[in-house]
Design a protein around this ligand. Sequence first.
Ligand code: HPA
Length: 267
Amino acid sequence: MSQEVKAALLALKEWGIEGPFDYGLVLGTGLGPVADLVHDPLIVPYAHIPGFPKGQVSGHSARVIAGTIGKARVFVMQGRAHYYEHGDAAIMRTPIETMAPLGIKTLILTNAAGSLLEEVPPGSLSLLADHINLSGVNPLIGVSDDSRFVPMVYAYDPALRTSLKQAALASGVALNEGVYHWFPGPSFETPAEIRASKMLGATLVGMSTVPEVILARRIGLRVAAISMVTNYGAGLFGGAPSHSETKSVAAEAGEKMKTLLAAWFSN
Ligand code: HPA
């Protein structure tokens, strides 16, 4: 266990947060209200946890909320750090690696994303079945042992995807499934990049999640990721993404994510 993870565990313990937890959950832009599902929450700002992201992005909280949803004990990160903030793709490494010694084996990631499919409009939810990262950036660059060669075939756990689809059906929330193309940001994509992305087989674009998936798979966590579509990709179907649009649509559509996750966690 790294010194950073040890320090983070110690700080969490001082705030009353100790394992075992069943699930880790990362809430992306505009999805902070999903944390309202957590009962008996213990809340710690990241600023008090060594190795957790410092600094703020508009539309993001920055705190851990630990408690229960249904029968599950959950460790929720309300807000994440992105590659584009620091130029460090491993910015989420300590938080993710802190989850394993807290007993967490399953990590659910959420984000706001652009859609490349007309039939998946703003306000929809889409499960990630896979991703594309042709950026040249990877959070494991510089790791010097063989753990860096992470297999990515079942990166998005098939059984978790099935159970999330079942929860979606049961709760009446439409849930698409697609391929997320990671762009490092922070500028949005050009229309030409979006057209290229579509040709490559992507159905979603976004600036988060992928580094976290890689970091989590390296330590053997089972991962699922769900996008909330806030806009169409630049130039598609009138799409002209902006951060204010992302935040305002996310605030509305976040209710669907909440319904889906409430159904899934209480299963
Ligand atoms: N592109 C990249 N990231 C995003 C988008 C987008 O269109 N929408 C929300 N996050």
